[in-house]
Design a binder for this molecule. Structure first.
Ligand code: PMP
Length: 441
């Protein structure tokens, strides 16, 4: 065995995801502890969590109810397969999740991440179309500026150039709807913009082009990672109508919008449109252990499971689907959502959060502010259409002042834990305003 050569520091072995690794190593930031609304760095600095980790720690950090449930389950049974056998806690977790999802989406397929959930939903869509005798439906439609994780399916239907161009050939038979970001009509809208429902009609154009070969459309009801794009009023309703008209499944990727983030258990409920499948992850276990899931409509489950000849009906699954520790965390997390009415809390705080976000209007370089529930996006002026590193510098200023924000390109995103209180909101946006001003000075 080769000996590992001594390194100048111990930061080299971990190839960090979605990170400028070389730059990071020159200014490493290490989070060592977390509790409630806060992180603590390894040198003891308190940092208020303005992003719920990565949009996932919705109930706040270190929730005893969840960590104890994980510990208890670890002591009882660490792991058992769910291929051709089962364990009670996975069934209980699925039933709990199904209680939260919209009516009809009563079957839950467990994965380990948002990416796996997206790929799982796309595969289920294809299997469903075959099961109902529509095997020609092989085409998958995503949307520009959509993010569905990093698997080949999710990456292909996703609409982010840099995520795709490094990897050559992607999935065939994929197309994209236009995104709904239209600052010339909708800048500084609070909640859902009035303009843009007709952008869904692009699906008609794709049907004209591809006929009856489209299996499914996947969209984030509110796109998070690409800059908080709130759906225009009537847009998702229109998409639902067109999918029904053309025999196409509608999948909502609710990895961010699920579990209370926009003021309802799922975005589907808040936005008044029920898709055929919902993908989720993040808030499902409050991010205490990895887990994702796809909630599937009865019609899909019964076409595949009841409609198949004897034997395995869906050739898909993960060693850790329904992992006992993750199942325990999911049950505890859903119970917490209910007991503390976290979606209701998010809804109650939404107005205050919205006012705080929009108070940044008029600050230097702020060209748009968008929000819904406890998510806000602040867009800064780019340079001739190209992203600057202004937002990154603002990130560093905020971090040094004890506030964690998130940036993508020139957009700053805020998504605090749903237990956030008014003083936290004041602190987050006050610090951000100072950083934006200081950056322009
Ligand atoms: N879908 C959406 C909408 C997401 O926001 C994300 C992650 N931000 C993913 C999928 C991928 O999730 P994961 O990183 O857990 O694979």
């Amino acid at each position: 065995m080769n000996e590992i050569a001594p390194r100048p520091n111990n930061l080299d072995a971990f190839w960090m995801p979605y990170t400028a690794n070389r730059a990071y190593k020159s200014t490493p930031r290490l989070l060592a502890r977390a509790e409630g609304m806060h992180y603590y760095t390894n040198d003891g600095q308190e940092v208020i969590d303005g992003t719920a980790g990565l949009w996932c720690v919705n109930a706040g950090h270190g929730r005893r109810e969840i960590t104890e449930a994980i510990q208890k389950q670890a002591a009882v049974m660490d792991f058992a397969p769910t291929f051709q056998m089962g364990h009670p806690i996975a069934f209980q977790a699925a039933a709990k999740v199904a209680e939260m999802t919209p009516d009809g989406l009563d079957h839950v397929f467990f994965t380990n991440s948002g990416s796996e959930s997206a790929d799982t939903a796309l595969k289920i869509a294809l299997a469903y179309q075959r099961a109902r005798g529509e095997a020609q439906r092989v085409r998958l439609i995503g949307r520009e500026r959509g993010y569905h994780g990093v698997g080949f399916g999710g990456m292909s239907v996703g609409g982010i150039g840099p995520n795709r161009k490094q990897f050559g050939a992607l999935l065939p038979y994929v197309d994209h709807l236009p995104h709904t970001h239209a600052p010339e009509h909708n800048a500084f809208t609070r909640g859902q913009p009035a303009w843009g429902a007709h952008l869904a009609d692009a699906l008609d154009g794709l049907v004209a082009l591809h006929g009856d070969t489209i299996a499914a459309v996947i969209v984030e009801p509110l796109a998070g990672s690409t800059g908080v794009l709130v759906p225009p009023q009537g847009y998702l309703q229109r998409l639902r109508e067109l999918c029904d008209k053309h025999g196409i499944l509608l999948i909502f990727d609710e990895v961010i919008t699920g579990f209370g983030r926009i003021g309802a258990p799922f975005g589907a409920e808040r936005l008044g449109v029920t898709p055929d499948m919902i993908t989720m992850a993040k808030g499902l276990t409050n991010a205490a252990v990895p887990m994702g899931a796809v909630a599937v409509h009865d019609k899909i489950y019964s076409a595949i499971v009841d409609g198949a000849p004897a034997g395995i009906e869906l050739f898909h699954g993960y060693t850790y689907s329904g992992h006992p520790l993750a199942s325990a965390a999911a049950i505890a997390s859903v119970d917490l959502h209910r007991a503390e009415d976290l979606p209701g809390r998010a809804r109650a705080m939404e107005g205050y959060f919205e006012d705080a976000a929009h108070s940044l209007k008029g600050l230097p370089n702020v060209i748009d502010i968008r929000n819904m529930g406890l998510v806000a996006g602040i867009e800064l002026q780019g340079r001739a259409g190209k992203p600057t590193d202004r937002a990154t510098r603002i990130f560093h200023r905020c971090f040094d002042a004890g506030v964690l924000i998130r940036t993508t390109g020139d957009i700053i995103a805020l998504s605090p834990p749903l237990i956030v209180e008014k003083p936290h909101v004041d602190r987050i946006f006050g610090t951000l305003a100072d950083a934006i001003r200081a950056e322009a000075a």
